[in-house]
Write a protein that binds this ligand. Structure first.
Ligand SMILES: Nc1ncnc2c1ncn2[C@@H]1O[C@H](COP(=O)(O)OS(=O)(=O)O)[C@@H](OP(=O)(O)O)[C@H]1O
Length: 913
């Protein structure tokens, strides 16, 4: 009978597409149905029919929630403007799993932090300008804190007291084999606190009265043995209060030795089975002998500061337990007095992509449509005003089974119950369209469909199939979205990259707000619970504290992507979100809210204004980006190296010399800025990388492309932008005495009839007081002086680049011995074909500079704007500037030496090294 039953079940599973369920059931013999029914009853989950979602268990019963939400939300943090919103994180090493986890959590919460790795010999600077630099201190290992040198410890504790800052730490000593002379329970440094580690625990309970609880909400006791090793605590002082407690697991497995600790059934306590250690070493020696299992032990402890006036939270676990991630956020917000705190509000948007698209037999039925509508109503009880966003491609409507067609008619009838957004007429990808008119007319067919069926399109929102054209940007998509739909907001998973997902961000391009989109684990092919990747257990883990829960926890704006097929079949999307939202409500005080996409877009960039500017990356360095990048485009039209300036150091001469090399090609000139494209510095950057690449030829295999824009060197955003788009490129920097550079700029401005430069002497310009002087004078002074702080600017260029990617050129030597310099430059840039410039360049007495020897053996020099004739700098200015740049030049010398770079002769002479 068992065999028949199993066989039957297999068959049913095979043929049981949801469409066929009714048919299948009626056509089966009565006894088969009976056994199927029994089977179904016995299965915890079934691929066959899970549409009765309410019956499944994994969501906790919140009835035990014992704390008034309003009380918790009322927690107010004292005003403290004396400390900055940054965490200081001490890691044992950036490589530890735990260290990486903390970093990911801080990044997910978008908290700013500085990290100090390894053994702590000296503390970093904690105070600047009388302000505390850090709002909270985090130790990966509490023992690193208790083991600090007394001097450092006193300093750090004093900082915490003076600036009202607390310490979050973790105590989870690695499993080591227990040596008999080490007590099982240990004292934590000089604190009146004992702990025992490497324990198996169970039955986790939040202490509803714990002061740090803010996002975390005590729902119920989490029963059963918890994974991983835990540390538990025992106090001897009223400064400590438990944030949560656990029980020791009966099935006690101690250390690697496995022999040392045993559960004493009679005494009901763990003890060490060793003649050399007496029973005092049993856990805290405090278990009431009658019942170990009832005894609760603190697993997370709050130090209220009554002992040494420093507040702390200590976790006895390595943040693997999901609820500890919530408590970690709470501990940080509490101990930073709200300086590093996520708000409690979470925006939730659920998009349903691919409406009217889908394989015949996998679309929605009328029952599914009704269920969707009912679920929307249900969600509105929790999320006022919630509306699903339905993304449609009209072309394939009514292409399904008859009952799917019926369902689509019902959807159209219910059109005003949902919000709609355009996909593409036939789900075509935007980058397949080569020009704007082709794409726009295609989009317009979908628009006519929307008008015909009165779809509610009021929110200026669109999503591109496969994210194509959004990022990497395909300009025709943006043009047509404006023209056909008046789109203001979209979302994608692809910016800057799909993974890691916690680093997805938004940007604004061409006035369209691109928001980050979250994955909820449901894709077009996820239709049946049993076929969920990794099985139903994985889905339940995602919901119950796993990835999906964390997405709600860390993202203030959740834009989830689901698909039509997730609402038919097993209705997995309804199944997932019903449980996920209930779980969030059970365990957190997060308030879920809904806003129309346009409002979400506005709010998003109000909260994260720093994300407005995009940071373009190379589409060919990301597999997924490459797939949605037009075949007509190439990433080869990007420079291999960039000469970045600063201005007046000889950048034009170097650009010209490099162009003499047979393998080297530069950009075509710009109408406005001549040989300089100036892409990474000004507003050209917003025109996107297609615009930039248009300036470069399609290179042959040996061609080395480059550009030079002397404005790049000292602009703050540029190094980051260059690194993002050209991560492998070399950067060439030319350095001359900054005093001479300043004077050359002044002369440049005079020759351009700048009224301020003509009005004031050079000495007056460099010497002008920044306060009280005319703005034009200050502006000229800045342009003369600021780029000359070479070390300061260079530091930004070294960020995220290998030292060999930076090529330093001695600009003064470039004037005197260009052939020697060009030899160095070619080598440093890794040219295969190194040419001899002494044959190409010759000194021109009249010009006073080296010029090109043409094929006709004539000399061709740079124009009169380069190598101008002007009087020498006056002594007063020279002395002033020598002093002015002294410190910066010393720093430059140190920096170049530490980078193993050749030191320019002028700097060597000045610094006397
Ligand atoms: N071979 C050759 N011919 C002409 N000029 C040369 C050459 N080599 C270096 N220089 C020096 O280049 C200075 C101009 O620097 P830039 O080209 O970087 O100026 S700009 O920022 O692009 O305006 C220019 O500055 P001024 O002398 O102040 O005009 C020159 O000193």
């Amino acid at each position: 009978m068992q065999a028949i039953k199993r066989n039957m079940w297999m068959k049913v599973r095979k043929i049981a597409s949801p469409r066929n369920i009714v048919f299948t059931l009626t056509s089966l013999a009565t006894f088969s149905v009976f056994y199927m029914f029994i089977e179904w009853q016995n299965r915890e989950t079934t691929s066959f029919h899970i549409k009765d979602h309410h019956s499944f268990k994994p969501v906790p019963d919140c009835s035990l929630g014992r704390v008034n939400r309003n009380e918790i939300q009322a927690v107010k943090f004292p005003e403290n403007t004396q400390t900055r919103q940054k965490a200081l994180l001490f890691l044992k090493s950036p490589q530890t799993q735990m260290g990486r986890k903390i970093v990911v959590l801080l990044e997910s919460a978008r908290f700013k932090f500085n990290t100090q790795n390894g053994e702590i010999k000296n503390l970093p600077v904690l105070i600047d300008d009388n302000k505390g630099r850090y709002g909270v201190i985090i130790f990966e290992d509490m023992l690193s804190y208790t083991g600090l040198h007394q001097w450092n410890r006193d300093l750090l504790d004093k900082y915490c007291r003076d600036f009202n800052v607390g310490i979050v730490s973790f105590l989870h000593p690695k499993r080591t084999s227990v040596s008999h002379d080490v007590e099982f329970t240990q004292k934590l440094g000089n604190f009146p606190l004992n702990y025992a580690s490497n324990l198996k625990v169970k039955d986790y309970e939040l202490n509803a009265t714990a002061g740090i609880l803010r996002i975390a909400r005590p729902a119920e006791i989490i029963t059963g043995v918890l994974p991983n090793d835990w540390t538990v605590f025992e106090f001897e002082h009223n400064t400590y209060a438990p944030v949560s407690t656990v029980r020791l697991a009966q099935a006690y497995e101690a250390h690697d030795t496995g022999q040392d600790l045993r559960w004493d059934k009679n005494k009901a306590r763990p003890f060490r089975q060793s003649p050399s250690v007496n029973r005092q070493s049993s856990l805290f020696g405090l278990f009431p002998s009658e019942s170990v299992t009832d005894h609760r032990l603190p697993a997370v402890v709050q130090d209220l500061g009554k002992y040494d006036q420093v507040e702390r939270v200590i976790f006895g676990e390595a943040l693997k337990f999901w609820l500890h991630q919530v408590l970690f956020l709470d501990a940080i917000s509490y101990l930073s007095r709200g300086r590093l705190a996520l708000p409690l509000e979470r925006n939730v948007q659920i998009d349903i992509d691919d409406m009217f698209v889908g394989v015949k037999g996998t679309r929605m039925t009328s029952d599914d449509v009704t269920a969707l509508l009912n679920f929307q109503e249900e969600l509105r009880e929790t999320i006022p005003g919630f509306s699903f966003q339905l993304g449609f491609s009209g072309k394939f409507i009514f292409h399904g089974e008859p009952e799917e067609t019926e369902a689509e008619r019902l959807l159209l009838k219910l059109h005003d119950k949902f919000q709609w957004f355009p996909h593409m007429w036939s789900h075509m990808q935007a980058h397949w369209f080569k020009n704007v008119s082709q794409l726009c007319s295609y989009m317009d067919i979908n628009r006519q469909f929307a008008v015909r069926h009165k779809l509610n399109m009021s929110h200026g929102y669109a999503v591109s199939p496969h994210h194509a054209g959004v990022y990497p940007v395909h300009q025709p998509l943006y043009d047509c979205w404006h023209r056909i739909w008046n789109i203001t907001t979209t979302s994608t998973e692809e910016y800057p990259h799909l993974r890691p997902d916690h680093k997805r961000r938004g940007f604004i391009h061409d006035n369209i707000k691109v928001l980050p989109r979250q994955t909820c684990g449901l894709f077009t092919h996820t239709m049946i619970l049993d076929k969920y990747p990794g099985g139903p257990t994985t889905l339940h883990e995602n919901i119950n504290g796993g990835l999906l829960f964390q997405t709600f926890l860390f993202n203030q704006f959740n834009i989830y992507m689901t698909h039509l097929s997730n609402y038919g079949n097993d209705r997995l999307a309804i199944y997932t979100f019903r449980r996920a939202i209930k779980f969030v409500q059970c365990w957190t005080n997060l308030q879920l809210r809904y806003d129309p996409p346009e409002v979400v877009g506005r709010k998003y960039f109000e909260l994260y204004p720093e994300e407005k500017d995009p940071l373009w990356t190379n589409p060919c360095l990301d597999k997924r980006h490459k797939e949605i990048y037009s075949e007509d485009k190439t990433c080869d039209r990007l420079p291999n190296f960039v000469v970045v300036g600063p201005q007046k150091t000889g950048t034009t001469a170097l650009y010209w010399f490099l162009n003499m090399h047979p393998d080297v090609e530069s950009n075509r000139p710009s109408d406005k800025t001549f040989e300089e494209v100036q892409f990474f510095s000004g507003t050209n950057y917003y025109k996107g990388i297609d615009w930039y690449m248009d300036y470069f030829p399609v290179p042959s295999i040996d061609t080395i492309l480059f550009e030079k824009s002397a404005t790049y060197f000292d602009q703050e955003v540029v190094p980051r932008r260059v690194a993002a788009l050209l991560p492998k490129s070399h950067v060439v920097v030319i350095l001359i005495d900054p005093a001479k550079r300043a004077y050359s700029w002044y002369q440049h401005m005079r020759s351009h009839d700048d009224p301020t430069a003509l009005k004031y002497s050079f000495y007056q310009v460099v010497n002008a007081k920044r306060q009280g002087s005319p703005p034009a004078l200050i502006s000229l002074q800045r342009r003369c002086l600021d780029p000359g702080f070479y070390a300061y600017h260079l530091e930004r260029w070294t960020d995220g680049r290998r030292s060999d990617q930076i090529v330093i050129v001695d600009g003064e030597m470039l004037k005197e011995k260009p052939a020697v310099v060009m030899q160095h430059v070619q080598k440093a840039l890794g040219f295969k074909n190194i040419i001899d410039y002494s044959k190409k360049l010759k000194f021109d007495q009249k010009k006073g500079f080296f010029c090109q020897v043409t094929e006709q053996k004539r000399l061709k020099c740079l124009g009169k704007s380069k190598g101008r004739l002007y009087p020498d700098m006056d002594d007063k200015s020279q002395m002033f500037l020598t002093k002015y740049y002294q410190v910066a030049n010393t720093k430059l010398l140190q920096m170049l030496k530490s980078m193993n770079k050749p030191v320019p002769k002028w700097l060597e002479e000045q610094q006397g090294s």
